[in-house]
Design a protein around this ligand. Sequence first.
Ligand code: ASP
Ligand code: MG
Length: 423
Amino acid sequence: MALIVHKYGGTSMGSIERIKNVAKRVAKWHRAGHQVVVVPSAMSGETNRLLGLANEISETPDPRELDMLASTGEQASSALLAIALQTIGIESKSFTGWQVPIKTDDAYTKARIRSIDADRIKRELNQGKVVVVTGFQGVDEDNNITTLGRGGSDTSAVAIAAAIKADECLIFTDVDGVYTTDPRIVPEAKRLNVISFEEMLEMASLGSKVLQIRSVEFAGKYHVPLRVLSSLTDPDLPIEVEKHSGTLITYEENSQMEAAVVSGIAFSRDEAKITLLAIPDKPGIAFGIIGPIADANIDIDMIIQNQSVNGTTDFSFTVSKADFNRAVQVIKEEVAPKIGAKDVFVEQQVCKVSIVGIGMKSHAGVASRMFATLANENINIEMVSTSEIKTSVLIEDKYMELAVRALHKAFELDKEPENTGIN
Ligand code: ASP
Ligand code: MG
């Protein structure tokens, strides 16, 4: 017998028919002798619908009320699932975040989980029930309902799995796992049987939408065994098969995994570049630029500073598109006049493409293969940033798909993945 958390996304809960299918799948695990906690999302479209209603009344609705409102989507889907389970003979009870309770800070619409009381969940499980807990929400110190940010049910599921020390957290979703890249751009993209936690973190932060990034961080912190798999298969699929399907996120490096130097290609259009031209090349200048940006609470992604010519140099950095206008304002009004920049250039038609792989730690020449591939396609690299397990380039927006396709091929990601032995 194992203790398992199942998470079902909005599409998986998208209609009464689908909710009944989820109930069948959960019942199958329960009848096989496992204790199951289920964390559902709201039915697909419901969160958008609710937030849309608020926006019809006000352009700036009170975040506290938005959380009151949005959290009802999960309350409804959770109750429907419990009813569906009861109807097929499985004892089940649903709980909202505040009933558990799942305690969070008070940052409405993007709250962070502080603690989860496992007692109630455990008690119900020990009475033989399937416990359904709403995703996406919690309660702050003053008993205000909070939500965890869009896509937050993933984080609820992982956090609950950590709190009850589950043997595994299964994230059932509308794709059948994590792919080498977005199959809509590269149809030959392959599902990975296994991906390391570090790689998953990079893939999630670089735009792969399979898991909310916070859930991956949470899983890493508590080493929650995590698997992403399809909810759209036959709910009666034998558990022995289901147990090994999808993509497993692992925390150990093993020799087989090192065989693949690059595991995936990630990309993000959410980049904008700001360049200060002909600034003095002397100590304190980088801080003079980046300091005010950080003070404005703007995250910087990539940075490049050129070799100086005649004592002056150019300095570029990127921010997310959402922060772009504010960043330009800070630079033009505050920074440029103070440090004496000759001019400020801005560029929004840029994107970031990254190769990600834990094998890069022990292989030289990966970046050179990446650059050669882009050169072959006549794609200019504007900026580069690297870490132990990824190399990212900033390129013109219009070349993004071409770059992703070319890199996917160059690193042979269209070939069948090696059998890692883990599965
Ligand atoms: N229902 C929420 C959303 O649409 C949370 C989730 O689905 O994970 O963002
Ligand atoms: Mg989701």
